[in-house]
Design a protein around this ligand. Sequence first.
Ligand code: T4K
Length: 371
Amino acid sequence: MNDKIAVTRSSMPDFEEYCREIKDLWDSRWLTNNGVKHRQFEQQLKDYLHTPNVTLFANGHLALEHIIEAFEFPEGGEVITTPFTFASTTHAIVRSRLNPVFCDIKSADYTMDESLIEELITDNTCAIIPVHVYGNLCNIEAIQNISEKYSLKIIYDAAHSFGVQYKGISTANFGDATMFSFHATKVFHTIEGGAICCKDEELAHRLCEIKNFGIHNPESTLYIGGNAKMNEFQAAMGICNLRHLSDEINKRKAVTKRYISRLSGVEGISLCDAQPDVQSNYAYFPVVFDPDKFGADRDDVFAALAENNIGARKYFYPLTSSFECYRDRFNPNETPVALRISQSVLTLPLYADLSFDDVDRICDIILNCNK
Ligand code: T4K
């Protein structure tokens, strides 16, 4: 039996490189709370993303919850969002005592269908939280126009899109705020971690205080904040990984091209087309199966890969609107495209050092499923 191939594998800097990076903080015993590495990493991200404010977090989910809190939306407000995402996006809205209103997605790139947003807006709508799912960019211009027309805040869940650019501009710079995840499974990671980027200086300042118990200074606490700070070891990992990011993205690009060369044009298999003006980070490789044309469905392919010790994943199945914890609250049939894609999509293994031989083996197993 071959070694297991998982859907992804964390990229690692050289062990010695990481040890060198943590040497100073080891000696200083300053381990967290806005230390030297934290400040250095924040500045490096501002430079890399060409964005004015970066606030670091312990993880992407807490970043999302905290930026929602920082906007101080009225309790019970409605947030237009997508159900075709990881649990985090919907949970962050609900845990903030707001109501998700689900918008359907487009079958070309699985992002929110901007043509359906306006009909979902009511007097209670306070924000839109679209997701750049798999690193595919939402229609930024159309969503911006809607937000201006109706005075709605836009918070992008850009958990998958660190390193992606639109017309040469990083995804950090669109909407009112953008959340990145730096989880170990991401193209760029800090073990666990996340960040919020926003243009509004005052909002960024408030966010910094809310993530640190709301403390303004030792004698003044302005907000009922929590603790969502990134620590020094995470920041040190980020500093190391940022050095190797372009290499990481180039290697993923080569793996992606190999998949495309093997799977494009196959009857019943749909791949995402490259988006115009978008420089991708090659975060995921989603494949949608049409059983009537391909002769096998997504679950057949998933099982065949699993039999061969290959861990493809059903990201994102089920829709968050179908979760047991939301039973009787939402109707997944109201987003038929998202429902169909979630039932037919498989994300194939993708990481920088996945060999072409392994890609070929994965593709052979998939293509054999319709025999
Ligand atoms: N918004 C969206 C749209 C998101 O997708 C996410 C997270 C968030 C928000 C929240 O961001 P964070 O709070 O996580 O920063 C994984 C990740 O844990 C999660 O970050 C990610 N999205 C989601 C799509 O995938 P699982 O439960 O599928 O991960 P797991 O543990 O099954 O790992 C998948 C594979 O990755 C493993 O088979 C092997 C590899 N792996 C995993 C870990 C934990 C490694 O190589 N190293 C590791 O340390 O959620």
